[in-house]
Design a protein around this ligand. Structure first.
Ligand code: 6PG
Length: 232
């Protein structure tokens, strides 16, 4: 059964996105004394992370746990690195402690990095009595080809139904990526797509109508909620 998404269209995209994330954070901390959030990469989230760092003074980062929905297979100080973007906009400015961050090691063999990340998530899930690690909130973006995380159209990781983290070769980029798969994404308590004004309205409508040729349209939380925040 497809979860009916909440669609928020806003001219105050960055402010509203940060307010949404903080609301989820306070809810999770209130209920479970911690906030497990997966960050998305690319360009859209950067101003959102910067504002989050600037105003979330009362967020107990030491109780939170930050993972990454995907990563490019590069060194962490590479301009392409999603970790580097997050470190510059959020992790360093907000002084998030190292113990609250789990970086995908894009600099090592992709298969090993994916397995290592999944093993670490599985260990934390087991410690919490969960079969699959349950994020309180996973942030996702929308690529111009309908990809999300690093689940690109026509790539192998789209068909992954057991592994939670995969190394995914993307022919159009001629590059490997590390990515959450649908089993992990769809297990989240809440999924928030952040879609900037540069994205084509036709693409957004196709996704919202459920065109399964578009990977983003296949995000469907099994027991959680799905929200689209779209910049006007
Ligand atoms: C990545 C992201 C990717 C991103 C979309 C949108 O590693 O690139 O995780 O899924 O969210 O490509 O990117 P923009 O926000 O730059 O448009």
């Amino acid at each position: 059964m497809k979860t009916k998404p909440q669609v928020i269209r806003t001219e105050n995209f960055v402010v509203d996105a940060v307010d949404f994330i903080l609301e989820q954070a306070h809810k999770a901390i209130g209920e479970r004394n911690g906030f497990r959030i997966a960050l998305s990469g690319g360009n859209t989230p950067a101003p959102v992370y910067a504002r989050l760092a600037a105003i979330a003074h009362d967020l107990p980062w030491e109780l939170d746990y930050i993972t990454f929905g995907d990563e490019r297979c590069v060194l962490p100080d590479n301009q392409q690195s999603n970790f580097r973007m997050a470190r510059e906009t959020l992790l360093a400015p907000a002084a998030v402690p190292e113990k609250s961050i789990m970086r995908m090691r894009g600099e090592i063999d992709p298969q090993i990095a994916a397995r290592e990340y999944q093993d670490r998530l599985d260990l934390m899930a087991t410690q919490r009595g969960e079969a699959i690690y349950r994020h309180d909130l996973i942030l996702l973006g929308l690529g111009d080809d309908g990809h999300t995380a690093s689940l690109f159209p026509g790539t192998a990781a789209l068909e992954e139904i057991t592994r939670r983290v995969a190394a995914n070769f993307v022919p159009k980029l001629n590059a490997w990526r590390l990515t959450f798969t649908f089993p992990l994404i769809n297990h989240a308590g809440h999924i928030l797509f952040l879609v900037g004004a540069s994205k084509s309205p036709e693409l957004i409508e196709r996704v919202l109508e459920g065109d399964r040729q578009l990977p983003a349209a296949r995000v469907n939380p099994t027991a959680g909620e799905l929200t689209w925040m779209i910049e006007e």
